[in-house]
Design a protein around this ligand. Structure first.
Ligand SMILES: *Cc1c(COP(=O)(O)O)cnc(C)c1O
Length: 411
């Protein structure tokens, strides 16, 4: 396919205007929105306003004056439509890791006659580390982590675990789990589900209420563009909220935090899942960034995401790069998220050499070159240029130079 036909795709793209809402460095092609989303212009303005006017000038009055105190709930309600949740079930707080600790603890308590958390060996490490931490804390008799391969889940559910803990979009390959189907199978065995939506939210149409999901967590600094270290979110189905006692029972989850009562009384609603004081600077930027998802049709966004990844593969195929890069993501676009991974023994060097050509991807140990596709701001033209850069890097062989192979702390 030639550049002219690719540009035609941009001309026909119903989401093309969205790009104008982002601050994007002119020379870079950013294919890492699945790791750290890009800066939106509204978030940039909001950061300055919150620092200068709200914190700087209005100081402590801002908790009421600018509604800082309601940010966790208000942001939760902005994320809710993106995950198919009705009101009162989603809240923004802490990191994915901390929220998993809260929700796994609740799920184990709700299913207290059982002990096992079932998950996959290739789950995102923090999800498993947190489950192991709960196992150490409670002892193996109260919490036992059982890890299987992806294809073994359905059969293993028949051993009736307490909780099924899965990440919908595999962080390496982008391979998807069918949330609706696995949740149904789990429930048929009396198992509760905790879904991690970190690489899903903001690019995939999600229907947590319809799928009868019990609990979910997700990340806001990836496709939601919340900013580095922006707080995560959690979802608890309405039917479970009143029965949950979350273990990090800090004052922000109290019914009346500013009564400073001696005893802990959990808030009635989703606010009971809060713990400490919200990080207002981060939350404000996330709150602003979510404006770019207002009135977005998630099916349309998904369609563009698929178009982007399919074009990327087609152009790499046409220019011969796939003779050296081996696709590790599913070849069927419907069974992968908005990312593509390729293995290559020198994947790290290739990633660095691409960065030198202003194409930003990332590397996942041991040998995966990973590209993320943010449909809100990527153009089809960017795909054309980045696949050319890949071909050049592979042909020039510069990725073999020691300068491109110095390992960094963050990859
Ligand atoms: C990014 C990511 C996380 C991040 O966890 P934090 O505790 O917020 O740092 C967790 N799980 C998955 C699947 C992720 O992709």
């Amino acid at each position: 396919m030639d550049l002219k036909s690719v540009k035609k795709l941009d001309a026909e793209d119903p989401l093309a205007e969205k790009r104008k809402e982002f601050f994007l460095p002119k020379e870079k092609i950013y294919l890492d929105g699945n790791s750290l989303g890009s800066l939106t212009l509204v978030a940039k303005r909001r950061a300055i306003e919150v620092v200068d006017k709200q914190w700087g000038n209005d100081l402590i009055a801002s908790w009421n004056l600018h509604n800082w105190i309601d940010l966790p709930v208000n942001i939760g309600e902005k994320i809710a439509p993106l995950i198919g949740a009705k009101q009162g079930q989603t809240i923004c707080c802490d990191s994915v890791s901390v929220n998993l600790f809260k929700l796994l603890s609740c799920a184990l308590t709700l299913n207290s006659e059982r002990q096992t958390i079932l998950s996959t060996r290739d789950n995102f490490p923090t999800d498993l580390y947190i489950a192991e931490g709960i196992q150490r804390l409670l002892g193996d008799g109260r919490c036992h982590l059982d890890l299987v391969e992806r294809h073994e889940i359905s059969a293993r559910l028949e051993s009736r675990p307490a909780v099924l803990l899965l990440t919908q979009t595999d962080f390496r390959t982008g391979e998807l789990f069918d949330i609706g189907e696995l949740t149904r199978q789990a429930h048929a065995n009396g198992t509760l589900v905790v879904w991690d939506l970190s690489h899903s939210v903001g690019v995939l149409p999600l229907e947590l209420d319809k799928w009868k999901v019990d609990f979910a967590v997700g990340c806001s600094y990836k496709f939601l563009n919340g900013g580095p270290g922006a707080p995560a979110f959690l979802y608890v189905a309405k039917r479970h909220i009143k029965n949950c006692e979350q273990p990090i029972s800090g004052w922000m989850g109290h019914k009346a935090p500013f009564k400073f009562e001696k005893d802990y009384k959990a808030s009635d609603g989703i606010a009971k899942f809060l713990s400490g004081t919200p990080p207002i600077l981060s939350m404000s930027m996330l709150d602003a960034a979510l404006a770019s998802f207002k009135n977005i049709d998630m099916n349309q966004l998904r369609a563009k995401s698929i178009q982007l990844t399919e074009l990327f593969l087609l152009l790499l195929e046409e220019n011969g790069s796939l003779e050296q890069l081996q696709l590790c993501s599913p070849s069927d676009a419907n069974t992968r998220g908005s990312q593509l991974a390729f293995s290559h023994p020198k994947g790290f060097g290739i990633c660095q050499a691409l960065a030198a050509k202003q194409v930003i991807a990332d590397f996942r140990s041991p040998d995966l070159l990973r590209f993320g596709f943010s449909p809100l701001h990527l153009r089809f033209e960017d795909i054309w240029h980045s696949t050319r850069a890949i071909k050049e890097v592979l042909e020039e062989g510069m990725y073999l130079l020691p300068a491109f192979n110095k390992r960094l702390k963050v990859t």
